[in-house]
Write a new protein. Sequence first.
Length: 191
Amino acid sequence: MQGYARIAAPISGVVTTKHAEVGSLAAPGTPLLTVEDNRRYRLETVVPESQAAGIRRGQSLPVEIEAAGISAPATVSEIVPATDPTTRTTLVRLDLPVSSRLRSGLFGRARVPVGRRQAIRVAQGAIVERGQLQGVYVVGQDNVARFRLVRTGESRQGTIEILSGLTGGEQVVLRGTERVTDGARIESVKQ
């Protein structure tokens, strides 16, 4: 009868929840303990249905788990075939890399690629602000600087996106814009 008193877990791990106390009746099908496999963790994320079509099983996606200090790629292990009709999202499960800093319940983010686009970017120092207007000095074939208004977008890593006002291949003054005036002759436009 002592063999019935011994409980063997199918995996090695950590007991995270104790469902029964000493002296409680252990009925068949009633959980006694919750054991967590601390060797493998998974991130579950919901993805808008419009972006889920671009994700494939086995694909690597960058994930970030701030509390554990982890920023690494994870592998898509499962894409739930049903979409939630209320939120229009699909559940995606990613296998996380092995780390002793991981534990259940941590918050994480996965970056899902949604496509690429070309953009014109200039150094933030090239942007000249005049009141609420922004512009750049464009250098033409005659080496004369002309002030041109631009509409800017997101800034990232010392550069800023130009949404309108410039075309690809145009040369702009990157440094010393405080000394440039409209119509000034520029001696060197080499970077």
